[in-house]
Write a protein that binds this ligand. Structure first.
Ligand SMILES: Nc1ncnc2c1ncn2[C@@H]1O[C@H](COP(=O)(O)OP(=O)(O)O)[C@@H](O)[C@H]1O
Ligand SMILES: [Mg+2]
Length: 402
């Protein structure tokens, strides 16, 4: 059986993405892989002598393959290099690592950062065939889960509490600092401000996709997403104000599923239009972020949104963030009173940033201009990715103090 041809390999090849990319240090392993490629009649493969750094250099100019094999036996900082390599690829890529160290610790560390399997040399045809078969759709494949990107839905308890600013900055930070591939989706299909905030123009196609979800595939993604950087892409619309933007909310499932195969994070800016779409997106997203400011109306609607979301399923998480969009004033409701009224803790507090209006009108990022805003966002992203919180420097503590 052609193991790698099983799912979508032909369409990948048609789109210019290799089925398999391998960078291997020794001649014997290289021959083993090449023999398997011939045996399996794989059409578009890249099998070369090299190490993790060579693979990283190659991936800078290549679409993500279905499977990536990399040899770490000559690498001095294998974990760091493999992590960098993984962050360059779509989450759906299966990554196999080959090395010389027979150590369960190495295996555990590698799988923690997203590697599918670690094979200790010598690499034999049987081991390779079996591993690929398990990972790529053989009989035992049902036991292994494909990695998929996380969907993060952000909504404001009220309008004007800084939701779009937060989405744009979060996406910028995740793509620039963590090197993750991020898709940013503006669900306000008529008056969205995300593209403008990022200095981009909306393209056509999103609305058509929502009306015809069966047409959504990788080609659609490549055509319709606007590229902000190598790692950050935006999906938005600017439908005429007198048009109706009705569509079946189930269409979004198809779009999110496709996006989460290609991006590590899919960030949704969800406008406050309560209804089926609003509820559905909030209920389904893995991470729900409710942004509020220190006002009575924010308190009322934070209570209503958290109540509507209800209990969290396994793997889901809801955050309540208090964003200070105005300079600290006595009229503002304090964090403590907010928490008492809402009946839950605020997960993170975002300080007032003076550069807010400036960045709105210049296409620049608030987190680049304001250390306090950046530090608060970093706390949030660390929590999301399960990284321990850093001890704050004195400057950060000063910025965070209110
Ligand atoms: N932490 C903050 N400090 C200062 N201004 C902020 C902060 N967060 C957002 N803003 C400003 O608040 C205004 C409204 O933000 P926006 O993101 O458009 O809100 P929303 O999407 O919730 O309607 C913008 O001018 C933005 O720059
Ligand atoms: Mg907005």
């Amino acid at each position: 059986m052609a193991i790698l041809a099983a799912k979508g390999a032909n369409s990948d090849a048609a789109m210019g993405a290799p089925v398999l990319v391998a960078f291997i240090n020794d001649a014997r392993s290289e021959e083993t892989i090449k023999a398997l490629v011939q045996e399996q009649l794989m059409t578009f493969t890249v099998v070369r002598r090299g190490n993790c750094r060579d693979a990283i250099a190659f991936m800078k100019n290549s679409a993500s393959p279905r499977m990536l094999i990399v040899d770490i036996s000559k690498s001095e900082i294998p974990l760091t290099e493999v992590d960098e390599l993984i962050n360059m690829c779509d989450p759906s890529v299966t990554v196999l690592v080959i090395g010389e160290e027979n150590d369960i610790g190495v295996y555990r560390d590698l799988t923690l950062i997203g590697v599918s399997d670690y094979i200790v040399k010598p690499l034999t045809p049987e081991i390779l065939r079996r591993t690929i078969s398990i990972r790529m759709g053989g009989k035992q494949a049902s036991h292994t889960r494909h990695r998929a990107g996380k969907v993060i839905c952000v909504t404001g308890a009220r309008g004007g509490v800084g939701t779009t600013t937060f989405c744009a900055n979060l996406a910028h930070m995740m793509s620039e600092e963590s090197g993750r591939r991020v898709a940013l989706v503006d669900l306000d299909l008529q008056c969205g401000s995300l593209p403008m905030m990022l200095g981009l123009k909306s393209t056509v196609g999103f609305m058509e996709a929502l009306r015809n979800p069966h047409r959504v595939d990788n080609l659609f993604i490549d055509r319709t997403l606007i590229r902000k950087s190598d790692k950050l892409f935006v999906l938005s619309a600017e439908e005429p104000l007198d048009d109706t933007t009705a569509f079946d909310p189930a269409s979004l499932d198809v779009i999110f599923q496709t996006l989460s195969q290609r991006f590590h994070y899919v960030i949704l800016d969800l406008p406050r239009h309560p209804g089926e779409l609003y509820r559905r997106v909030l209920e389904h997203a893995a991470v729900r972020v409710i942004l509020a400011n220190g006002t009575l109306t924010s308190i009322r609607d934070t209570i209503r949104i958290t109540r509507m979301i209800g209990r969290e399923d396994l793997g889901q998480r809801a955050y309540v963030l208090l964003n200070h969009t105005t300079p600290h004033g006595r009229a503002e409701i304090s964090r403590l009173d907010f928490e008492k009224a809402v009946g839950r803790r605020i997960d993170f507090e975002i300080p007032y940033a003076r550069a807010g209006l400036f960045t709105d009108n210049s296409g620049q990022m608030l987190c680049v201009h304001d250390g306090g805003y950046a530090a608060a966002l970093r706390q949030f992203t660390n929590d999301l990715s399960g990284r321990p919180q850093q001890t704050h420097s004195m400057i950060q503590r000063l910025f965070n103090r209110r």
